[in-house]
Design a protein around this ligand. Structure first.
Ligand code: ATP
Ligand code: MG
Length: 370
């Protein structure tokens, strides 16, 4: 090892202890390591590229009831931002190359290419070589998520954090917004900064509006960017459940309890009438049962079941992405594979093996002990 990993490994352990938890991967012929689970206070997704440390993006707590959670969490100004529903990406410039890290610290070949094409970040990294851009990659053409945003045709990258890559220290909210303006980087929507008391009503109003538009929710942050709190819409709870119950044996169990609890506390905080609660219950039930029924029918008909995504890019990038998924053990079913000018456009399904196999088993008479 060519250097002392002081800032990272001093946290509460010796370097060897922590290093043994890192997995080794390769990107464009270069070896790197990443931490897929939080260890010794070091965030999941932390990566080591050569002698550069790229810290993971910390996970943030969720409020179930806005008013008391805001009161308990913040004692100064609260910035409210939109929470976008895509996937978390950290972008760092290392030895002159932009690299895009996903949540668990993989360098994703597709995301790296997209970010290179989307971002004009040279000036930013010339001035801030030690910082990383943290943002949400959203849009219909990405290999991980499928939430549609009317303002995004293919993919978009919206910055919600600028952090020192080695220490993880965030830039304050106002300064980060200024930097995004200065360097022409898209930012997540910012709804203003409020006292904690005023933030409660402001967040509620935003949630109503976002809910009506089928969007995910808000993130509230202290001015220094250190403390964050998330809160989500009923629309996204249902969308998550629909997604989870399309693949009931892969995601169903983990999703259902958490979303039902979020809905229950939301209904209570809003003081909903029995009729409103009944309507919520009906929609929740539909979000669970209808996709599950469709999936059982699809397996019965022999159709592939899983998450379907479309990606577009130069043939090399698409090849790299598909081999990257194969290396991760994913089984892919290619639905379309076309050329559009010099771009290859592929629609594929990540086969949900548990759902396929268990559904088949029960359809063929398999029984269940319960
Ligand atoms: P974790 O809490 O570990 O991140 P998760 O994937 O379940 O797990 P989410 O519920 O999606 O997390 O909420 C946190 C994520 O929200 C962030 O990691 C980030 O990708 C995303 N996000 C979207 N908009 C924002 C924003 N304005 N500020 C911070 N994070 C945001
Ligand atoms: Mg998310």
């Amino acid at each position: 090892m060519s250097r002392d990993w002081g800032s990272l490994f001093d946290i509460d352990t010796g370097p060897e202890d922590l290093l043994e938890h890192f997995d080794t991967e390769w990107f464009r012929g270069q070896r790197y390591r990443h931490l897929s689970d939080e260890r010794h206070g070091v965030e999941r997704g932390t990566a080591l590229v050569g002698d550069v440390i790229v810290r993971g993006y910390p996970s943030m707590p969720r409020a179930l009831v806005l008013e008391p959670a805001i009161r308990e969490t913040f004692d100064g100004p609260v910035a409210i931002e939109e929470k976008l529903n895509g996937y978390n990406v950290r972008v760092a410039r290392i030895d002159g190359d932009l690299l895009a890290f996903t949540r668990s610290g993989f360098v994703c070949p597709y995301t790296t290419r997209k970010v290179e094409a989307l971002l004009d970040a040279e000036a930013f990294f010339d001035d801030h070589p030690e910082q990383m851009l943290c943002g949400e990659l959203v849009g219909p053409e990405n290999p991980y998520t499928d939430h549609d945003y009317s303002e995004v045709d293919e993919v978009g990258f919206y910055v919600f954090g600028i952090r020192h890559r080695e220490t993880g220290t965030p830039m304050g909210v106002e300064r980060r917004l200024d930097q995004c303006t200065t360097y022409g980087l898209d930012s997540v929507g910012h709804y203003g900064t409020f006292t904690p008391t005023a933030a409660v009503d402001a967040a509620r109003e935003r949630i109503d509006d976002l809910n009506a538009r089928g969007r995910e929710g808000v993130v509230l942050k202290s001015a220094d960017g250190e403390t964050a709190l998330k809160y989500t819409t009923s629309a996204i709870h249902r969308a998550d459940l629909e997604h989870a119950f399309e693949l009931p044996f892969d995601y169903g169990r983990d999703f259902v309890f958490t979303r039902v609890i979020r809905e229950a506390f939301q209904a209570v905080e809003r003081g909903e009438s029995p009729a409103a609660v009944r309507e919520r219950a009906r929609e929740l039930g539909e979000a669970i049962l209808e996709p599950a029924v469709e999936t059982v029918r699809a397996v019965d008909a022999g159709d592939p079941v899983g998450e379907t995504h479309t990606v577009r890019g130069d043939p090399r990038t698409i090849d790299d992405l598909l081999s990257y998924f194969h290396d991760q053990g994913l089984e892919l079913h290619v639905e379309h594979d076309e050329t559009d000018g010099d771009q290859r456009v592929v629609t594929f399904t990540k086969i949900a093996q548990s759902t396929r196999d268990k559904t088949r088993y029960y359809l063929e008479g398999g029984t269940i002990d319960e």
